[in-house]
Design a protein around this ligand. Structure first.
Ligand code: IPD
Ligand code: CA
Ligand code: CA
Length: 264
């Protein structure tokens, strides 16, 4: 097993370098393309940030597996797997909205052992290491203590492309939450959504159809901040699952109840 301080150092160096690239291009001029789905954007800054992160990780650990949103999977025979979202919140970034971040999770034997999410525009660096708690700019964070679901403050997101066989349910869940009169936000960055649950700004977050790079780091940050993450049936899963429900733990059952009533 590799020294954890070294791993942390590489993780944070890669995160900060990508953060510098994001920040220096924020509100700048850059080429924008779209991927599958006309509103699923990718900029040249996403690609540059990912290349930079990959080069740092490969330089330190050439034998590790890496999954990057923009460049795909590079699977090696290794117990370590890095999962990279070079910019989470690309649509925000492309429109000059400061809710965007780099997110890098490190898996060891299949479960997240370290994760970092950095929004360089707001200068907020979230970090967690398994068993050691979660921090925001070096200060310990924890989930909210909200126990009255009726006054919970929630956040969600929607896929760019509705999955064909589940056409309606993402909006049905949203509708039910709204009918409960709950205040809900849609920030446009799942990694930030998770971190904002972790530091207690939100009490809960749910989203359908996220990818591992959206959640890998935030997943551990929520858990280490004392939160709960399951699928919509209440099962504890992995960062590769397609349903994400993250809460302060206390309102988890209530949220599951609403999601399940909606037929999700
Ligand atoms: C997106 C954001 C958004 C979520 C989308 C993701 P991207 O990631 O996390 O909040 O709703 O499903 O694809 O494309 O900005 O990296
Ligand atoms: Ca993403
Ligand atoms: Ca992205």
């Amino acid at each position: 097993m590799i020294n954890r301080d070294e791993l942390k150092d590489v993780l944070l160096t890669a995160t900060r370098e990508a953060g510098k690239i994001i920040k220096s291009n924020f509100n700048g001029i850059f080429k924008i393309d779209h991927k599958e789905g006309i509103n699923n954007l990718v900029t040249e800054v996403d690609k540059l940030a990912e290349e930079t992160i990959m080069a740092i990780i490969r330089g330190a650990y050439p034998g590790h597996s890496i999954i990057g949103e923009e460049s795909g999977e590079f699977i090696k025979e290794s117990e370590y797997q890095w999962i990279i979202d070079p910019i989470d919140g690309t649509v925000n970034f492309a429109h000059g909205i400061p809710l965007c971040c780099v997110s890098i999770g490190l898996l060891y034997q299949g479960s997240v052992t370290m994760g970092a999410v950095f929004n360089p525009v707001m200068d907020e660096l979230f970090f967690a290491e398994k068993g050691k708690g979660a921090t925001l700019n070096g200060e310990p964070i924890k989930v909210s203590s909200k126990n009255n679901f009726k006054t919970a403050f929630l956040v969600t997101g929607f896929p760019y492309k509705w999955p064909e066989n589940t056409l309606e349910h993402p909006i049905k869940v949203f509708e039910r939450m709204i009918l409960e009169g709950l205040p809900i936000r849609r920030l446009g960055s799942a990694a930030i959504d998770l971190c904002w649950v972790a530091c207690g700004r939100f009490d809960g977050f749910w989203e359908y159809n996220l990818s591992a790079w959206d959640v890998a780091a935030g997943y551990l940050i929520v858990l280490e901040a004392g939160g709960t993450i399951t699928d919509f049936d209440g099962n504890i899963g992995t960062v590769f699952d397609k349903q994400t429900l993250a809460t302060n733990g206390i309102i988890h059952k209530d949220m599951l109840g609403i999601i399940q009533k909606s037929g999700a």
